[in-house]
Ligand binder design. Structure first.
Ligand code: VG1
Ligand code: CO
Length: 538
């Protein structure tokens, strides 16, 4: 089919994300998918994995992609039944069946529905998001594309597991849950978890009407013996029931209130639209994602598959330094990467890091090449079962040993792009003059624009966020989001370290007051954005 380029088909932090209406323009998705097929390595008799989080428009794009894959010479396509594959399950399927790559259809935690968001991401043969070299080539191709390839064929029945032929290509509709659930059973001590469940340990898992429902029901209720009803909002809906499937204290407020109230279960957890994020709340105790990474790393020996093989811990730059302290104590290297899971791929492939995490509720390991929501929940369960400890007691013991990194992220959403760009530009101009300046009691030690050199392939990613590091170890980081679909989102990351001798059980807002004030004074958030308070605090 002849075509002309669309502007703006540039993959962001995690693939191409746009409004559904944008994707519904004739040729829009086709141009992008063809650009992927034109630039990625396929080799002989290639297999492509195809699946998404089940949001509105998922099935339409899957049918298009099947015909296009046939026309582009793929030998086989593996599709999750119903068009469903969580992001970590897709990563596992790519690896297990030695596919050359996969298309993951998702806009993650963004809302779904005819007026909401859609997304397409390409993952490479290691199961992970395409690195910047590949996404750059895809983008370049979208700007010169003049045709896309398809064949004439009927829609495939996505709901029946089995094999059909489309053109010369083999299409296998696979059970989206089974392979993933088996992998989880290989990694963790299910017997130990079953034992605490039998002796009365309870949990609630909120699937937020998104992709993890079937996975959580099979694993938690089916294989681990949690009571029926442990998984709530467990049926994937095309519009996620009208909610943001974003597992944080705002969008999973019901879960938070349950966990803070009388009669809370032992563990509360949730995942996002595509199943790669996690929220962990113990009875009366929310665990920040940064702390979760540190606590999981410190206790990873409890899980059979990780015994004696922790080689390193990686975190994204805005994630708190809590994990670094664990790495130091365990004598393994700590890595600091830019935001986005694609930057962990090389470290995991090279065996340099075993566990990785982001402050945005993403945690994962070398079992796949994506962050993995249910994996994190199961590792928590495994640790709690082996150590016979509550979430709250585990957190307190952790802080008593390592100190506590009080942490929050303030998001200013849907602000005007000009204001956001001007704020970042003004910060850049200020950087050199900042060291030594005082903001209240805080003195700037260093200030820079974060640049990352990949230790494996030497590639450099510059301008990954502005860091203001204060004397004494507290910090403010500024970044613009790369996943939004409307206007700009400013993220302000705030961190204050308190040593074991300090106040380890204070209120986070109070502990970050000085950093919040300094952020406003340094960046002029109100002046540039017209906002005096963040929209979301996580
Ligand atoms: C956000 C998070 C980042 C995460 C990305 C994709 O990106 O900050 O940590 O990797 O989303 O997560 P940004 O550019 O908006 O800050 V997901 O669950 O959307 O695949
Ligand atoms: Co996600």
């Amino acid at each position: 089919m002849p075509t002309t380029p669309f502007d703006g088909q540039k993959p962001g932090t995690s693939g191409l994300r746009k409004k559904v209406k944008v994707f519904q323009q004739p040729g829009y998705a086709e141009n992008f998918i063809q650009s992927v097929f034109d630039v990625v390595e396929k080799g002989e008799a290639a297999t492509l994995v195809l699946g998404g989080d089940g949001r509105f428009h998922n099935r339409t794009v899957i049918q298009q992609a099947i015909r296009m894959a046939a026309a582009n010479g793929y030998a086989r396509v593996l599709v999750g039944q119903g068009g469903i594959l969580s992001t970590p399950a897709a990563s596992h399927v790519i690896r297990k069946y030695k596919a050359s790559g996969g298309l993951v259809l998702s806009a993650s935690h963004n809302p779904g529905g005819p007026d909401e968001d859609f997304g397409i991401k390409y993952n490479i043969a290691n199961g992970g998001p395409a690195p910047e070299g590949v996404t750059g080539a895809i983008h370049a191709r979208t700007q010169e594309i003049d045709r896309w390839l398809t064949i004439e064929a009927e829609d495939v029945d996505l709901d029946t597991v089995g094999i059909v032929e489309v053109g010369d290509m083999n299409v296998q509709i696979i059970d989206p849950v089974a392979d993933y659930a088996d992998l989880m059973e290989d990694l963790f001590d299910f017997a130990a978890i079953r034992k605490i469940v039998a002796s009365g340990f309870t949990m609630r898992f909120d699937a937020m009407s998104a992709v993890t429902g079937p996975y959580a029901k099979e694993i938690l209720e089916g294989r681990l013996g949690f009571a029926e009803g442990t998984v709530v909002n467990g049926t994937p809906l095309e519009d996620f029931g009208g909610h943001h499937p974003d597992p944080n204290l705002i969008h999973a407020k019901d879960l938070y209130e349950l966990m803070m109230g009388e009669g809370a279960p032992d563990l509360g957890a949730a995942s996002d639209g595509d199943g790669d994020r996690n929220l962990i709340i113990g009875r009366g105790r929310f665990i920040t994602p940064s702390d979760s990474l540190a606590m999981l790393a410190a206790n990873i020996e409890c899980a059979p598959a990780y015994k004696g093989r922790l080689t390193g811990i990686a975190r994204s730059m805005p994630t708190s330094a809590a994990a670094d302290r664990v790495a130091e104590a365990l004598g393994v290297p700590a890595f600091e990467t830019p935001t986005g899971w694609k930057f962990f791929g090389n470290l995991l492939d090279a065996g340099m890091a075993t566990i990785c995490g982001e402050e945005s509720a993403g945690t994962g390991s070398d079992h796949v090449r994506e962050k993995d929501g249910l994996w994190a929940v199961l590792l928590w369960l495994n640790i709690l079962a082996v150590r016979e400890i509550s979430v709250d007691d585990l957190a307190k013991a952790h802080w008593a040993r390592f100190g506590r990194n009080y942490y929050a992220r303030h998001d200013y959403e849907g602000i005007e792009k000009e204001g956001a760009d001007a704020l970042m530009a003004a910060l850049m101009d200020e950087l050199e003059a900042l060291p030594g300046q005082e903001f209240g009691d805080l003195v700037v030690g260093e200030a820079d624009s974060f640049s990352y050199t990949d230790p494996v392939d030497g590639s450099v990613s510059a301008n990954q966020g502005i860091r203001i590091l204060f004397v004494g170890g507290s910090r403010v980081v500024f970044r613009l989001s790369g996943t939004g679909t409307a206007g700009a989102t400013l993220r302000v990351y705030l961190e204050n370290y308190v040593p074991p001798s300090g106040d380890l059980d204070a209120e986070t807002g109070a502990m970050l007051k000085a950093q919040i004030d300094a952020a406003e004074a340094v960046a002029g958030i109100a002046r540039f954005t017209g906002r005096t308070a963040p929209d979301v605090i996580t």
